[in-house]
Design a protein around this ligand. Structure first.
Ligand code: GLV
Length: 318
């Protein structure tokens, strides 16, 4: 009898594909929908054929090794990012890993644009003043941001989400530069990230998290950006050195920032919380009802495919 651990409550309909598995025994989520601890995951993994995990579940080498010594065959992450899973250990132990590419690109690009607009136009500071009763009426010198239309957007990481942001930028009449590890062969490609950072008015990050992209945006690179520039991160928190970013915002060496992701979620660096001209969202990048459901369906259908003996299209290769 196949057992599938679903670590957290999924959006309505998101687990429907599992219904195709005969005699399925569903394990989890906990009745209060609290996360499984690492120890609990290690203990449960060998008893399950599959784990449907969220990006907050640490599926590290210990969980994989324990699981593969028992029944575990597949881990499906309900996220496109999979830095919470040790994919190298999974490959070494014959455990298949899947993610949810494609279905969240447009929603995440919407969130990036929300942050671009909100940060550039100081929406957070203006709204905070209004709600606090500090707005005394229209003023010609109030809340002066930078224009998004006509600005040069620098996209770092030119995969599906980066390209979806580029499409939106075209509608705003922006010039678009992009940087990626491998040349895209498309107009606007900048091989040298430092050069892109120095030229862009607004920089938006869309790289996966890896050892190569950890602190990709550090103090040295922040110093290359224009004092009038805006940095937006909807990728993964550790791509940016948060302490260095907070220092740059406090010192005014960049103009503004919009963040959806953090180095140690759910903690937010205290200096970022205090930083001026900063919009902070709680990792809602893919957070529309329709997209979250599509992500859950894609992950659970990958589990169903593997348990039926097939190969899902959304495999992660280390
Ligand atoms: C969200 O952050 C995801 O990786 O899907």
């Amino acid at each position: 009898m196949p057992r599938v651990l679903v670590t957290r409550r999924l959006p309505d309909g998101g687990a429907d594909p599992l219904a195709s598995i005969a005699d399925l025994e569903l394990v989890g989520p906990k009745s209060d929908d609290s996360p499984y601890s690492h120890d609990e995951l290690v203990a449960m993994a060998p008893q399950c054929d599959a784990i449907v995990a969220l990006l907050t579940d640490p599926i590290d080498a210990t969980v994989i090794e324990a699981g593969s010594a028992g029944a575990l065959r597949v881990v499906a992450n309900v996220a496109v990012g999979y830095n919470n899973i040790d994919v190298t250990a999974a490959a070494a132990h014959g455990v298949v890993v899947c993610n949810t590419p494609g279905v969240l690109d447009e929603t995440t690009a919407d969130t990036a644009f929300l942050l671009i607009l909100a940060a550039a136009r100081l929406a957070h500071e203006a709204e905070t003043d209004l709600r606090a009763g500090r707005w005394a009426g229209w003023g010609i010198n109030q809340y002066l941001g930078i224009d998004v239309h006509g600005a040069t957007l620098g996209i770092v990481g030119y995969g599906r989400i980066g390209r979806a942001v580029a499409r939106r930028a075209a509608g705003f009449g922006m010039g678009v530069l992009h940087h990626a590890r491998t040349p895209s062969g498309e107009p606007g490609f900048v091989a040298d990230l430092d050069e892109l950072l120095a030229e862009a008015d607004i920089v938006t990050l869309h790289t996966p998290l890896s050892p190569q992209t950890t602190h990709l945006i550090d103090a040295r690179r922040l110093a290359l950006m224009k004092p009038t520039s805006v940095l937006v991160n909807t990728a993964r928190g550790p791509v940016v050195d948060e302490a260095a970013l907070a220092a740059a915002l406090h010192a005014g060496t960049i103009f503004a920032a919009g963040l959806d992701v953090y180095e140690r979620e759910p903690e937010v660096h205290p200096e970022l919380l205090r930083a001026p001209r900063t919009v902070l969202l709680p990792h809602i990048g893919s957070g529309s009802t329709a997209t979250r459901r599509r992500m859950a369906e894609l992950a659970t259908s990958a589990v169903a495919t593997v348990l039926h003996g097939g190969t899902p299209p959304n495999l992660v290769h280390p």
